[in-house]
Design a protein around this ligand. Sequence first.
Ligand code: SAM
Length: 247
Amino acid sequence: MSRPTPQTAPQFEDRLPEQYSRPGINQYLTLHRTYGPPLYPASDLPAYKGRWSELFGREAPLHLEIGAGNGAYLAGLAQQHPEWNIIGIEIRYKRTVWCAKKIRAAGLSNAIIGRYHAAYLNDLFTPGSLSGVHVNHPDPWPKDKHEKNRLISRWFLEDLCSLLIPGGRFRLKSDYEPNCERVVELLDRNAEGEALPRLPLNILGRSSDVNGEGAPWENDIPTEYQQKMLILGVPVHALEAERTSDP
Ligand SMILES: C[S@@+](CC[C@H](N)C(=O)[O-])C[C@H]1O[C@@H](n2cnc3c(N)ncnc32)[C@H](O)[C@@H]1O
């Protein structure tokens, strides 16, 4: 099957190894391009917007994991849900290779990993095309001046509501306590506290320690960072929300 051409110009710019001043310093700059399926560099992904079923070779509910890290959750989710097509995105070259190795080792045909930036999900997905979005331990960026770097933000929740189908689920786990509360707060305001239209997300459940009391969903899959937190004795907070059918 030949790769389709993107319908619109992607906003996220892929940088080729030769665009770095010292490309040899990171072998994964090249390796992540030559590794092959299930690993796709950023330049390959936008072409599949609206046609992911062609890449997976079947129609199935589409799930996304953002910041897949070492791929433990991604591969675990794909094993747990053979009936889903699952895309992981990860910004760091080396980690995309780690994820791909896990998917290959498990012989999974229902998961892929792509190098992409979470701020550009609209390059990859059409509105109402995702059945689930999974975020585990997003980088916390705790200082006020780093607000623009945080994934858990009003713009992200707006993207989420646009991309999820009605009834689609958002699952978040984080050792950074404010993250789950931020989801609730940003439903009807921005980070500065100004009132905004309420987003169509309904909070289904929360946990203040997944490792202790469990997650607000069944059969949770521990991530690398979650296991680190268990060893450190740091609670892992979780939240599950559902996209409602309101506009
Ligand atoms: C704290 S780690 C958590 C990794 C994994 N989810 C886990 O729970 O073990 C955060 C991950 O998000 C990735 N990441 C950070 N910013 C990202 C972005 N803008 N787009 C995609 N991935 C990103 C990082 O490279 C890293 O792998």
